[in-house]
Design a protein around this ligand. Structure first.
Ligand SMILES: Nc1ncnc2c1ncn2[C@@H]1O[C@H](COP(=O)(O)OP(=O)(O)OP(=O)(O)O)[C@@H](O)[C@H]1O
Length: 227
């Protein structure tokens, strides 16, 4: 669904404030993420990027202000109704023995999809095509823990994309990635945004120049979003 048709932003933050007990992190923040935006979010260590994402995803509750996703107040129902893809910083590399193959990880990206069980062939084709885009099609039967960090992150992006999200959130997903993986990752994001109008919100520490095609660059400073 493209929300531009009815001009409802994919995400809207209104006058949001948040603190961890006595530590203020977000201070009367306002922010709008429009459908089709490709936003790069940066900021100093500890400025509140992860906290902002946790608030957006309903993991934390603001002390003040409102958060809307696709025009609706954040709630479990919103996450059932709208697909939001999420690629975190590499967490698999911390568990080299994680007992799953690339294929098994990819299947989890299709859970809840109507064609998941009924159309196995169609699902397999989707998985192969998503892996090919990230040059990982030959790794289907490999244990995820045996792959390099960059390869694992390519798999996690492919997995997020097969769920056909309306919004894709990436939290430091490219940190420490090798040059080739980073190049492929950036190419796929640009293509998804330009061709499929996928809304992207990407948090990164550096390398902002690698993310071709982004239309907005924002930072968090003193608890507010600066564009
Ligand atoms: N659970 C928590 N309890 C208390 N303070 C926290 C908690 N999580 C984060 N903080 C503090 O809140 C501030 C913002 O942290 P946050 O992780 O959101 O920043 P960040 O911009 O994502 O940092 P980095 O770039 O280092 O990942 C920091 O001062 C951090 O120490």
């Amino acid at each position: 669904m493209n929300n531009q048709e009815n001009s409802v932003p994919d995400a809207e933050i209104e006058n949001m404030t948040f603190s961890y007990s006595s530590l203020p992190v977000i201070d009367h923040m306002n922010f709008i993420l429009n459908s089709g935006d490709y936003v790069i979010l940066t900021g100093e260590n500890g400025c509140g990027k992860s906290t902002f994402l946790k608030l957006l995803l309903g993991e934390l509750i603001p002390r003040q202000g409102k958060i809307y996703l696709f025009g609706q107040t954040v709630s479990p129902a919103v996450f059932r109704r709208f697909y939001i893809g999420y690629v975190p910083q590499n967490s698999i590399s911390k568990n080299q023995n994680f007992p799953a193959t690339v294929g098994e990880i990819m299947w989890t990206g299709l859970y809840g999809k109507p064609y998941h069980k009924r159309k196995r062939r169609q699902s397999e084709e989707k998985i192969c095509s998503a892996l090919s885009e990230l040059e990982m099609q030959d790794y289907l039967g490999r244990q995820i823990g045996e792959l390099s960090g960059g390869q694992q992150q390519r798999i996690m992006l492919a997995r997020a994309l097969i769920s056909m999200p309306q919004l894709l959130i990436l939290d430091e997903s490219t940190a420490g990635m090798d040059a080739h993986s980073l190049e492929l990752f950036c190419q796929v994001l640009e293509k998804q945004n330009h061709e499929n109008k996928l809304t992207i919100l990407l948090v990164t520490h550096g390398n902002t120049e690698k993310f071709h095609g982004a239309n907005r660059y924002v930072t968090i400073e003193n608890g507010r979003m600066i564009e």
